[in-house]
Write a protein of this length. Structure first.
Length: 224
């Protein structure tokens, strides 16, 4: 899953990003409300962690703008302000959950997992079915028939995004930004390389899925 973390305290943001990545989340960082809102509007994130007190644009205002634009991504709001009216304001603006600073990282991870389970796409403990296979993105494993196949983290993230958008043609640029991040420095041909890796691991007849190339555009995962 890809997470957007909007937090202006640099050391805290980098520490949280490190923890999230260790727990197999892909993370993009924003350090102010304006850039955070711009990234959130791309719609590529599964979860957003949004600090309330941000430079540029305050967190509640960012959240209100996102909800007004129809961005439904689950949002966990962070704040050092624990007054009831502050929490109510955040929830009324569209936050899905609230966490008071300072907090234990175990609680943060538990709350993110709980938010993910509420998403229709991430039911069944985060496992994603497609065709005759099931992807467990947190374990980086795919199973079909009698066996289980181990994937690398990037392979699992790429397959997860393809499954969530099955039947849709996704451009190489979309896949690059979704899996490797908007600020990645890797070349776009890395997408083609990882598509090749997935095709070698997923037998179309046994798995019931096929990753088709749409020439000049990108890729599409089809079932059948």
């Amino acid at each position: 899953m890809r997470v957007l973390l909007v937090e202006d305290e640099t050391r805290l943001a980098e520490a949280l990003a490190y923890i999230l990545k260790k727990n197999k989340y892909a993370v993009d960082l924003a350090f102010n409300g304006i850039s955070g809102e711009e990234l959130a509007e791309t719609g590529i994130y599964d979860l957003i962690i949004l600090d309330r007190m941000l430079p540029g644009k305050e967190g509640v205002a960012v959240l209100e703008s996102l909800r007004a634009r129809g961005i439904k991504t689950p949002v966990l709001m962070l704040t050092a302000r624990d007054a009831v009216q502050d929490r109510v304001a955040g929830l009324n603006a569209g936050a899905d959950d609230y966490l008071i600073k300072p907090f234990a990282t175990e609680e943060l991870l538990a709350r993110l997992a709980a938010l993910a389970r509420r998403s229709p796409e991430l039911l069944n403990e985060g496992k994603l079915p497609a065709g005759r296979l099931t992807l467990d993105p947190m374990r980086c494993e795919v199973s079909y028939g009698p066996g289980t196949i181990k994937l690398t983290l990037k392979e699992a993230q790429l397959l997860e995004y393809l499954i969530k958008n099955r039947g849709q043609v996704l451009s190489r640029e979309q896949l690059l930004s979704r899996v490797w991040g908007l600020d990645t420095e890797v070349e776009i041909n890395i997408v083609e390389i990882y598509i090749h890796y997935l095709r070698k691991k997923l037998d179309p007849e046994e798995s019931g899925v096929q990753i088709e190339t749409v020439r000049g555009v990108g890729y599409c995962l089809k079932e059948g």
